[in-house]
Design a binder for this molecule. Structure first.
Ligand SMILES: Nc1ncnc2c1ncn2[C@@H]1O[C@H](COP(=O)(O)OP(=O)(O)OP(=O)(O)O)[C@@H](O)[C@H]1O
Ligand SMILES: [Mg+2]
Length: 422
């Protein structure tokens, strides 16, 4: 197998990030050879609101990433998120084509196709279909039915749907730049690919990507994606609150927020929590000499952080999986670095929380190993996993079986772990 180029364009509310990776038979890890992040224009809460502005931002980011990689980007996976995302779990049943023989890959593809037959308005489109569990002749809990004998094959799947208009808009932006869309990937799912461990997925975990304009959520139960949602609130709201509360510009508010987050998180790492940073170091134009750092954190940032967790908590309740997530929350996205975000989550949600940093890459890694690029890196992880084959049918099949080898190898580990859980 020759080296293969896999590209992703992450269309966020704060930044457009392009990544070019090489999937090489000589390396297990994906090697990043091109990367760029450019401020995003024309995207609000994950939605394209101005095609021309988005196209210009993507063009800028793609060109810089191409220059770094020394390769032209012709195909790319594109992230999609925002409140237009919704998810549902659906069931498919088929008769096994040869009841005397074994269940084949074809039977599985037909069962999954049957699960796709849901009534969907013309304004919505399925962007992800992820099998959770199979049953053969009523016996459930099967992760891979191929090779088993039976007459009736059933599948439980998780479907993610998105607004057709938004998908078409993203397609337009890419095709205007001569890029073929290799597939839409829900940005929350992309982040999950980049930061979750297989053990977490098997035990039950919630991935939370706190971006600029939205917060994506993916819940994994028994190793399978089981719930997805996108909440229209993100870390930009914290910046807005600081701007209003301190009567400073948005640019200054952003500087203050990042400065406090970096300084206080760094101090926490060194177990030096006592000294508060001095905002004078920022040299911003407005007079902020009287501002108390404690007030900015406690009176302005914290209420918004609490609101973000309130929405996250509501989604977890809505999913009905609140009691099945012993691994807790893995928070990522740029907003996860906001000062006090992890601590507030532990208090409000009452579950373990860790920061999800995308580390499983090599190459030009320094800049990209940052929570804000989890979904960016996840795009090419997803590409590596699911676009192995060129033919459409096989591509679908790879997608259907994406987690099975992992499930198998981790099932023993999971059972061992479950013995220690309440
Ligand atoms: N070190 C940091 N400390 C605090 N906040 C940060 C830090 N780095 C980035 N952010 C914040 O993260 C937000 C951007 O996050 P991210 O890049 O994940 O968003 P996005 O993917 O462009 O948007 P979305 O996913 O919502 O469409 C901004 O509000 C920014 O202020
Ligand atoms: Mg994002």
């Amino acid at each position: 197998m020759a080296d293969k180029l896999i590209c992703g364009v992450d269309i966020g509310s704060s930044k457009i990030a392009t990544v070019v990776g090489i999937d090489s038979p000589d390396h297990d890890e994906l090697r990043i050879i091109g990367f760029n992040s450019t401020p995003s224009r024309g995207v609000k809460k994950g939605l394209v609101v101005d095609i021309d502005q988005v196209t210009t931002s993507i063009e800028e980011s793609v060109e810089k990433a191409e220059r770094m990689a020394g390769h032209k980007i012709t195909h790319a996976f594109a992230s999609v998120g925002g409140p237009h995302i919704s998810s549902l779990n659906s069931h498919g049943v088929v008769a096994v084509s040869n009841p005397q023989g074994e269940i084949t890959e074809d039977d599985v593809v037909r069962a999954v196709d049957a699960a796709k037959a849901i009534s969907l308005s013309t304004t919505r489109q399925i962007i992800e279909i992820s099998p959770r569990d199979y049953s053969v002749d009523g016996q459930s809990g099967i992760k891979n039915p191929v090779g088993m004998s039976g007459v009736r094959l059933e599948v439980d799947t998780h479907l993610i749907t998105a607004s057709t208009t938004n998908l078409k808009n993203i397609d337009r932006c890419l095709s205007d730049l001569g890029i073929t869309n290799a597939g839409f990937i829900f940005s929350g799912l992309a982040s999950a690919e980049a930061v979750l461990t297989d053990t977490e997925k098997d035990l039950g975990v919630v991935l939370v990507d706190i971006g600029g304009g939205k917060t994506d959520l993916c819940i994994y139960i028994d190793g399978s994606l089981s719930y997805s949602a996108s909440i229209p609130i993100g870390a930009k709201h914290i910046t807005n609150d600081i701007a209003v509360g301190l009567r400073v510009s948005l640019a200054s508010a952003e500087l203050i927020k990042i400065f406090l987050s970096k300084h206080l998180n760094a101090n926490k790492l060194k177990n030096k929590t006592g000294d508060l940073p001095n905002l004078k170091e920022l040299n911003i134009t407005e007079d902020i000499s009287d501002i108390s750092v404690k007030n900015v954190i406690e009176e302005i940032a914290n209420p918004r952080i609490e609101e973000i967790y309130k929405f996250i908590g509501e989604e977890i309740e809505k999913s009905d999986f609140a009691k099945n997530i012993p691994s807790g929350l893995v928070i990522t996205g740029g907003g996860a670095l906001t000062v006090g975000m992890v601590e507030a989550g532990r208090k409000i949600i009452g579950l373990p929380i860790r920061l999800g940093i995308p580390e499983k890459v090599s190459g030009l890694v320094d800049e990209i190993i940052d929570t804000q690029f989890s979904s960016t890196i996840g795009l090419i992880f997803y590409g590596k996993k699911h676009a192995l084959s060129e033919t459409k049918k096989n591509k679908d099949f790879n997608k259907i079986f994406k987690d099975f080898s992992i499930n198998k190898s981790f099932s023993k580990f999971k059972d061992l772990f479950k013995q220690f859980l309440p």
